[in-house]
Design a protein around this ligand. Structure first.
Ligand SMILES: Nc1ncnc2c1ncn2[C@@H]1O[C@H](COP(=O)(O)OP(=O)(O)OP(=O)(O)O)[C@@H](O)[C@H]1O
Ligand SMILES: [Mg+2]
Length: 483
């Protein structure tokens, strides 16, 4: 008997390219259950698709069984060689984790009958199916433009998980290009969230299905809300991270804010009972006001925190971030959302919205293991992932963008100059489209950081509006346009 996942894989077997089997044996030592669940979680999230052969339920042979065979399957990717390399790496990762949790892995054991059956079934399927040695299928492909000779250029959905940088001088066609990609992305029934710095995407996209979040109406998010399964005090830690980073709080100011947040949550029943009420910005302000201070520095810190938090209450941020009608973070990946930041006059307020939402989105994805593909567009990215010197630590957003890859979050960072955003991020993104860009030093960065060849960049300053040099994750460079 195979489990439902196995059956599904057999049914869809044609979509799978490579496999590897190994057997996991229970070692004599105590098994740490927490780490075992971490291993399962890693398996599910590390793009390893696994089947436990001859074993009825998904999970390691924790109780009763001492041996189980895993058949690791790899989905057919864009490039066969890459796919096989990734498979090898994934196996290494699984192996080291398994050892950590108290299992040993043996790749040399002979296959038992079930494993043998399954492998032969796969081999038959693979032999039957001619598509395997052809070009990748066009389904699930997102068109990104045409070459100047009219050849269509597209990317597979998974290629977006490696992130996408869109660069080029003002007016060169970046936002128009991004809006076209977003449209193609949503045509595959995938969802997006756009941090619309200038408030232009509603017009560009003309998408009736999109929810527009603007500071003018009481409809947005609630940053004080947290997953029902989570501990409110963990959420306070998260809020502290966001507030400290965005408001640049000193240690004593952080101390004051933490006390106030704890008080606000406790007074609404959080962490105490099941009957809780939502926490509002006003509750937090009230809690700050009620803090007793015993020294000059405490009073000073209290007033500074009060000033900063009041900013949320006094501006449109309250509607965006503490709205009573809201899109739950749980559903964030199930809607198309445009957040109109153009109406906020203050850049710091815009940055705060982006940082808070991305941080909480990450938390939800992590807590709920949400791995649905989703597209995040960050315009004027230098504000949240700015250039930093190598010796400086990355900002929270830079770390988050990197981490979000694991959850199939696809981030498109849009910025004019390569030099003003994090160079590490620039080196790490899988796909880059550079629109017209004149300055030599900017072109040097593209060579050094992104592996563009000098020769092709010579055309960069002469590109027309809407034309770009595109470099995909496989290193291939092409001039493309989207009309
Ligand atoms: N592919 C295209 N074909 C024709 N016109 C285009 C194309 N792309 C952009 N444009 C036009 O060029 C102008 C600038 O485009 P867009 O706003 O996309 O540039 P941008 O690079 O995002 O600029 P900024 O850095 O100022 O945000 C717009 O008027 C737009 O309609
Ligand atoms: Mg633009």
């Amino acid at each position: 008997m195979y489990n439902p996942f196995t059956t599904k894989v057999i049914k869809d077997g044609i979509r799978w390219l490579a496999f590897k089997t190994f057997t996991i044996k229970k070692l004599q030592k105590e098994i740490n259950i927490e780490l075992v669940s971490r291993l399962n979680y890693e398996l599910i999230n590390s793009s390893v698709n696994f089947v436990i052969v001859g074993f009825a339920k998904a999970g390691l042979p924790l109780f009763g069984r001492t041996v189980a065979s895993y058949l690791i399957l790899y989905e057919w990717g864009f490039k066969k060689k890459d796919a096989l390399n990734r498979l090898k790496k994934s196996c290494e990762r699984v192996k080291s984790l398994a050892r950590m949790v108290g299992f040993d892995i043996d790749e040399s054991t002979k296959h038992d009958l079930n494993t043998f059956d399954l492998i032969s079934m796969f081999l038959t399927k693979l032999d039957d199916f001619p598509r395997l040695d052809l070009n990748p299928s066009q389904s699930g492909q997102i068109k990104i433009g045409k070459t100047l000779t009219g050849e269509e250029v597209s990317l597979a959905l998974e290629d977006f998980f490696k992130h996408f940088a869109v660069l080029g001088e003002t007016g060169s066609g970046k936002s128009t290009f991004v809006s076209k990609i977003v449209k193609n992305w949503s045509e595959l029934d995938q969802h997006y969230l756009i941090f619309d710095w200038h408030g232009e995407y509603m017009k560009l996209l003309n998408d009736n299905s999109a929810l527009l979040v603007t500071p003018e109406q009481d409809f947005g998010f609630d940053i004080f809300e947290y997953p029902t399964t989570a501990d409110p005090f963990e959420h306070i830690d998260l809020l502290m991270e966001v507030f400290s980073e965005s408001f640049d709080l000193s240690v004593s100011q952080q101390y004051v804010l933490r006390i106030a947040l704890k008080k606000a949550y406790t007074e609404k029943g959080h962490g105490m009972s099941n009957h809780t009420k939502p926490v509002t910005v006003d509750d937090v302000i009230k809690a700050i006001n009620e803090i007793r201070t015993y020294s000059g520095w405490e009073q000073e810190s209290k007033l500074a925190v009060l000033r900063r938090v009041s900013k949320i209450a006094d501006t449109g941020l309250k509607n965006l971030l503490n709205a009573s009608q809201k899109v739950g973070f749980d559903n964030l990946t199930k809607e198309n959302i445009i957040i109109d930041l153009g109406k906020l006059s203050d850049d710091y307020a815009k940055i705060f919205v982006i940082e808070a939402i991305v941080r909480i989105l990450y938390n939800y994805r992590l807590a709920r293991k949400i791995t649905e593909p989703h597209l995040l567009v960050i315009e004027e990215a230098r504000n949240v992932v700015p250039f930093r010197r190598q010796e400086e630590p990355p900002r929270m957003m830079e770390r988050l963008v990197e981490e979000l890859r694991k959850f199939n979050e696809s981030v498109m960072v849009v910025n004019q100059l390569p030099s003003t955003i994090s160079q590490e991020l620039l080196s790490a993104v899988g796909n880059i489209a550079v629109f017209r860009l004149k300055a030599d030093i900017e072109q040097d960065i593209l060579v050094k950081r992104c592996g563009f060849e000098k020769e092709i960049l010579k055309t960069l300053s002469n590109l027309s509006i809407g034309q770009a040099i595109f470099r995909g994750h496989n290193g291939l460079c092409k001039i493309i346009e989207y009309r």
